[in-house]
Design a protein. Structure first.
Length: 233
């Protein structure tokens, strides 16, 4: 089941990344490029999970899974929110900082010694990393990124619902809620652990969270948006 869910998450995130990448190439805003990077990272993490759950994890597979999924994906998703809510100038400043953070994360995760990694069960970071660096970066990246997305979605929803002149405001508010919900699902795979099991929770949260986030993009697609009030496009 883990392999099937991880494969589904890989296909979904790859498909969605192509869609947002086309929008970014068409000049529909730097937030589309940020979302594309996030979805590519989700695809890499899901692919590593699929490989590890089917043929067994090794240090390389696990490092890719941890770097892309646990540390870097949510911050890049949050960068799209920053561009939409704070504008291009501040967004570019945050993007520069995020590039530094991403480089530091890659270097830290791939240089931190690992205890033995084997088998098809998903390893837990605290059990395999000798140092605390990767886990600290994961907590900062995912925690801060999820906070930015959820708070940004709430702010956007309030603005949209308060502005009766905004076209399609109900639809756009719903799309903001979906993006925030999908992010919470991605960040909280452990919540379904009691129902599906530890490894299945990781895979299910990836597939479901990605699908919910992109459904938020689709709900708002075609609705003319106001730059400061809308979280998705």
């Amino acid at each position: 089941m883990v392999f099937a869910l991880a494969t589904l998450a890989t296909l979904l995130s790859s498909w969605f990344a192509m869609a947002t990448g086309q929008r970014a190439a068409a000049g529909r805003g730097p937030h589309q490029a940020a979302w594309t990077v996030a979805l590519v990272l989700f695809a890499l993490a899901s692919l590593a999970l699929a490989i590890g759950s089917s043929t067994g994890f090794d240090p390389g597979t696990y490092r890719v899974f941890y770097t892309a999924g646990a540390v870097c994906s949510v911050p890049w998703l949050a960068l799209g929110t920053v561009f939409l809510l704070l504008g291009g100038r501040r967004g570019r400043v945050v993007r520069a900082g995020l590039l530094v953070f991403t480089g530091m994360a890659v270097g830290t995760v791939f240089s931190t010694p690992l205890r033995a990694v084997s088998g098809t069960a998903v390893p837990v970071g605290q059990d395999v990393f000798v140092g605390a660096g990767p886990r600290v970066l994961a907590a900062i990246g995912s925690g801060l990124g999820a906070t930015v997305i959820v708070v940004g979605a709430l702010v956007s929803m309030v603005r949209l619902l308060a502005d009766r002149q905004a076209p399609g405001r109900g639809r756009l508010a719903a799309s903001n809620a979906l993006v925030a919900l999908g992010t919470l699902v991605l960040s909280s795979g452990g919540l379904v652990q009691g129902f599906l099991g530890h490894d299945e929770a990781f895979a299910a949260s990836l597939a479901l969270g990605i699908a919910v986030i992109y459904s938020g993009f689709l709900v708002a697609d075609g609705v003319r948006r106001r730059p400061v009030a809308v979280l998705v496009a």
